[in-house]
Design a binder for this molecule. Structure first.
Ligand code: BGC
Length: 441
């Protein structure tokens, strides 16, 4: 057996999450949820949303502002009740221009500049002669003291915009709207994207109890039957990307050491779209350094941090040609790595598959932890609403989550299904706005 095959076998052992590990991780996750709920030290922030399930009678037309970190989206959404909605207008703009003209997520930008840009996007949709209640999906950990108020705890997903510290996000948005003369846009609610996914799915199907994002970032929210704040059901944002009782490898430590915030978001760094390409790149570099991959001309480009993203891992896994020509064309055409050997390409494909499967299984283990918390006797059906590019587009990802959950719940009366909740983060902001207005009346 070649040295490369031996190394790939070792990697397979290191990176495969076995069924028996799933239950152990789920149990640790459940315990950290309990600690967080009880106010003890916990990697899970268990942030209150001040919302519970929608009644499904929410109606009206609302603006939804969806700020996720890569794009800002604005949707004008009409809610018709009973799970029916209609997106009347939508725009999406990148927060960082590909040609380098602007970048609102770097440390060279201030929060005011960022919010001015966001307000300008809203201006393209609204007309002066109407009022627009707005819901804001802000996909970062925030400390909320009410449905329409919150301060950033810290950035994630490597965002570095300055000037957020301690400032109320809704007030910053209102000030930026005023600078654009948009006093007819009226923020009513601020929510996390996981809460948005959960609200949207529950608006359609009341059996939904968990909402999750598997995209650039990763996180999950669920309906806590007994919120410590209100002693009533409330949607809690777990900020599960910060869960830390996990089987780390040296490659994860390398990624973490060179990240914007070492030590933070350990689960997110193992599973989410922003990072999984980087883990594959780090492993590939290690194989090159050990002379296990052939020294193809141009391979030095692989030393560029964050060269690979989730879409590249999709491409690596989708190539079913015998000689892996799609991978070869991509290596040559996009990365200028010429004369790669078939062994190199097979190795890259194997590593991508291992990292994606590990991601799906770890995520499934956290869902199992939540199910064990809300359904201790494992006797109910649970629908998990998921949005995000990994779940939607990564080959095999959704199936891996489902298979892992099925195996773990086999022999119990409980069942878990997962459903894609496309645009859930944005639509959820409209639903939250309707709920906020109903609460006031
Ligand atoms: C953030 C979460 C968010 C998730 C998905 C994470 O980096 O901390 O608040 O829900 O990304 O967008």
């Amino acid at each position: 057996m070649s040295n490369l095959s031996t190394e790939l076998q070792a990697l397979t052992l290191q990176l495969t999450i076995l069924p028996e590990q799933i239950n152990k991780i789920a149990d640790k996750f459940r315990q950290t949820m309990l600690d967080g709920l009880a106010g003890k030290d916990s990697p899970l922030k268990m942030l209150p949303s001040y919302l519970s399930k929608p009644s499904r009678n929410e109606t009206g037309t609302f603006l939804a502002l969806d700020f996720g970190g890569t794009n800002v989206r604005v949707l004008l959404t009409e809610l018709l009740g009973q799970g029916i909605f209609n997106v009347e207008a939508r725009i999406a703009s990148r927060l960082k221009d590909a040609d380098g003209h602007y970048n609102y997520i770097s440390d060279q930008s201030t929060a005011d500049q960022l919010f001015d840009f966001i307000a300008m996007q809203i201006a393209t949709i609204v007309k002066p002669d109407a009022n627009y209640p707005l819901g804001h999906t802000f996909s970062f950990p925030i400390h909320q003291t009410g449905l329409n108020t919150g301060t950033l705890i810290h950035w994630t997903k490597e965002i570095e915009t300055t000037g957020m510290d301690g400032n109320d996000i809704t007030e910053m948005l209102i000030a930026a709207l005023a600078r654009q003369k948009l006093t007819n846009v009226l923020p009513q609610a601020i929510i996390n994207d996981t809460v948005g996914a959960l609200l949207t799915a529950a608006y359609i199907d009341q059996s939904t109890t968990i909402g999750s994002i598997c995209g650039t970032g990763h996180n999950t929210a669920y309906i806590e039957p007994l919120s410590p704040l209100t002693k009533a059901p409330m949607i809690i944002n777990l900020e599960s990307g910060n869960f830390d009782q996990l089987p780390f490898t040296n490659y994860d430590s390398q990624l973490d050491a060179n990240s914007e915030r070492p030590g933070a978001q350990p689960l997110e760094k193992m599973v989410s779209g922003h990072y999984i390409g980087e883990i594959v790149r780090i492993i590939a570099c290690n194989l090159f350094d050990a002379s296990l991959l052939s020294t193809s001309p141009g391979r030095n480009i692989l030393t560029t941090p964050y060269l690979l993203n989730g879409a590249h891992l999709s491409l690596l896994q989708e190539d079913d040609t015998e000689e892996l020509v799609l991978i070869s064309n991509w290596l040559e055409g996009s990365l200028h790595i010429t004369n790669s050997s078939i062994e190199d390409r097979k190795a890259l494909k194997t590593i991508a598959a291992l990292i994606c499967a590990r991601s799906a299984r770890l995520v499934a283990a956290t869902y199992l932890g939540i199910i064990k918390h809300i359904d201790p006797n494992l006797e109910h059906s649970h629908n998990i609403a998921i949005d995000g590019s990994l779940y939607e587009k990564m080959p095999g990802y959704a199936q891996d989550i489902q298979i892992t959950l099925d195996q773990a719940l086999d022999g119990t009366a409980a069942m878990a299904t997962t459903t894609l909740t496309k645009d859930g983060s944005g639509i959820g902001a409209a639903i939250a706005t309707a709920i906020a207005i109903n609460m006031k009346s």
